[in-house]
Design a protein around this ligand. Structure first.
Ligand SMILES: Nc1ncnc2c1ncn2[C@@H]1O[C@H](COP(=O)(O)OP(=O)(O)OP(=O)(O)O)[C@@H](O)[C@H]1O
Length: 237
């Protein structure tokens, strides 16, 4: 289980982005993190991946406070383009193999091949969509317990999103791993996801299984997500 306990985080001179984030993410799930632009999804994922240090609160992994070593079980895919543009996909995989013990080049190559990315090309010569595919091959090249993906489908043609999600899942041992991904494309992921988590006003306002959203709330995930914003607006008025 990956947990956050009362996490608070502000960027320098900014107002708090994460005010009091309590989240519990179980192993063996596909969890979607949703929230309006600027609600703090990237910030939250970075806090989970130990890429930024909350001012207070902690990240817990498997029942104890996370350490640098335990956090190596987490593979993070950022939404921005962090790769050196003049590396080829193959060179990128070699670099990642030198950085992460759990990175398997053969696995990354297989995923890239499956996603039809030519890894002999430099990143600078790739289309946005191919860079997104390469990033997926890079993150799933690791054998991690938690994959945190920040807007993994940006740059991908809506027509191929669902196909890509489905093909990626085949490479993950979902008995022993979890995918937590942020997206605005709730329709694309709602057919494969298990749970939906909403980040609003610096807190996890709701976290529910898609099964319950559909059966107990009688709503489609997108509709359920929107209902939290309507409620907020009514309250503020
Ligand atoms: N490096 C930074 N320095 C200062 N403020 C930042 C920084 N990164 C993000 N912010 C601010 O923190 C808030 C949350 O940003 P964040 O990127 O986490 O939101 P998000 O939900 O991922 O947004 P989006 O859906 O637009 O990608 C925003 O107000 C943003 O302007």
């Amino acid at each position: 289980m990956l947990e956050t306990k009362d996490i608070q985080f502000s960027y320098q001179k900014g107002r708090p982005v994460l005010r009091n984030v309590n989240a519990q993410i179980e192993i063996g799930k596909i969890v979607v993190l949703a929230g309006e632009n600027g609600s703090g999804k990237s910030t939250f994922l970075k806090a989970l991946a130990n890429l930024l240090q909350p001012q207070s609160g902690q990240v817990w992994l498997n029942g104890s406070e996370a350490t640098r070593t335990s956090l190596s079980e987490i593979a993070f895919m950022p939404d921005d383009q962090l790769y050196h543009p003049y590396l080829t996909g193959e060179q990128l995989f070699t670099f990642l193999a030198s950085q992460f013990r759990d990175f398997e080049r053969a696995r990354a190559k297989e995923i890239a091949d499956y996603l039809r990315v030519d890894i002999t090309t430099t990143v600078s010569a790739m289309s946005k969509g191919n860079i997104s595919r390469l990033k997926l091959a890079a993150v799933f090249g690791r054998k991690a317990s938690y994959y945190l993906l920040d807007e993994p489908f940006s740059g991908l043609d809506p027509l191929v999103r669902e196909e890509i999600i489905k093909s990626i899942i085949q490479f993950v041992d979902l008995e022993n791993a979890t995918i937590l991904l942020s997206t605005h494309e709730l329709d694309d992921v709602s057919r494969v996801a298990d749970e939906l988590m909403i980040l609003k006003d610096g807190e996890i306002t709701a976290h529910e299984s898609l099964e319950n959203i559909r059966s107990e709330c009688g709503m489609e995930p997108k509709e359920w997500f929107k209902s939290f914003y309507k409620r907020g607006r009514t309250k503020d008025e």
